[in-house]
Design a protein around this ligand. Structure first.
Ligand SMILES: CC(C)(COP(=O)(O)OP(=O)(O)OC[C@H]1O[C@@H](n2cnc3c(N)ncnc32)[C@H](O)[C@@H]1OP(=O)(O)O)[C@@H](O)C(=O)NCCC(=O)NCCS
Length: 234
């Protein structure tokens, strides 16, 4: 999989106000900035070395893009996280929002001038769809699809829901069934149609959010032809 050049990415961010980039740990962009002491400390919270390396790599890539966009030293860009775990950027020269997702050795990074959430899921052979995570109406629509189309349709729905809860910074404190999405089972443009307000829960207007998605990306041969679904909201 090609990785986006840092300067191209920064230009895209500047021109469009947001950027989504996929990176594989094995083929990271050249000349990434070193990890900071803070990032190394935070990485210690991860269970194994692969997770720690992924955590650090996501931040090195994000800081490189942000620094290039704002014309500052990457060491001047600090990425911490808020109370619910959402990533937070502090830097001179701009106000940016970040979102991360990772599966296997693939990272998805979203950077934007407004709140953003991204999520990646990998559909592999024999993937079991967690039907218990869906509402009854979603299960019915899913089961009406040809069997071979179900995994990617589920992936469109689920990545959209995770992107929403990340953009809202609440994570799944907002339950997945409270998020209503259209278009996931038909292949049409994804639309966020409702966010139910739960007692004590997060309030947000579905109409204030725009879902963007890309056709499933077929990852090159080296991953064995896995299909990756990526959705983001910006
Ligand atoms: C946020 C959440 C959806 C992440 O999903 P996931 O499938 O575990 O992991 P992903 O790889 O897709 O995403 C990981 C990224 O989510 C981000 N993240 C974590 N909490 C977040 C939040 N509240 N808002 C936005 N982003 C968040 C982190 O940046 C993390 O990346 P990092 O390890 O580089 O920091 C999930 O962990 C969650 O819901 N956490 C909150 C837990 C919670 O509230 N539980 C209550 C019981 S229902």
């Amino acid at each position: 999989m090609a990785t986006v050049g840092i300067l191209d990415a920064a230009k895209h961010l500047n021109d469009h106000g947001f950027l989504i980039t996929l990176a594989r740990m094995a083929t990271q962009p050249a000349n990434l900035p070193d990890s900071t002491t803070l990032e190394k400390q935070l990485a210690e919270g991860h269970r194994d070395d692969r997770q720690r390396q992924g955590f650090l790599a996501r931040r090195r890539i994000a800081r490189a893009i942000l620094a290039a966009e704002a014309g500052v030293d990457p060491q001047a860009v600090t990425i911490t996280h808020g109370e619910s775990g959402e990533p937070i950027v502090a830097m001179p020269g701009g106000r940016f929002h970040l979102s991360f997702s990772a599966r296997a050795d693939i990272a998805l990074i979203g950077i934007a001038r407004s709140p953003i959430g991204v999520d990646i899921e990998i559909i592999g052979p024999g993937m079991l769809i967690p039907l218990n995570m869906l509402r009854a109406d979603e299960r019915t629509l899913l089961e009406a699809l040809p069997e071979g189309a179900r995994a990617s349709a589920f992936c469109r729905l689920w990545t959209a829901k995770e992107a929403v809860v990340k953009a809202l910074h609440c994570g799944f404190q907002m339950p997945p069934e409270a998020i209503h999405v259209d278009g996931w089972n038909t292949g049409d443009t994804l639309t966020l149609t409702a966010l139910e307000t739960r007692p004590g829960g997060v309030t947000a207007e579905a109409s204030a959010w725009h879902l963007k998605t890309w056709p499933n990306l077929v990852v090159a041969e080296e991953t064995g032809g896995l299909v990756v679904g990526a959705a983001c909201i910006a």
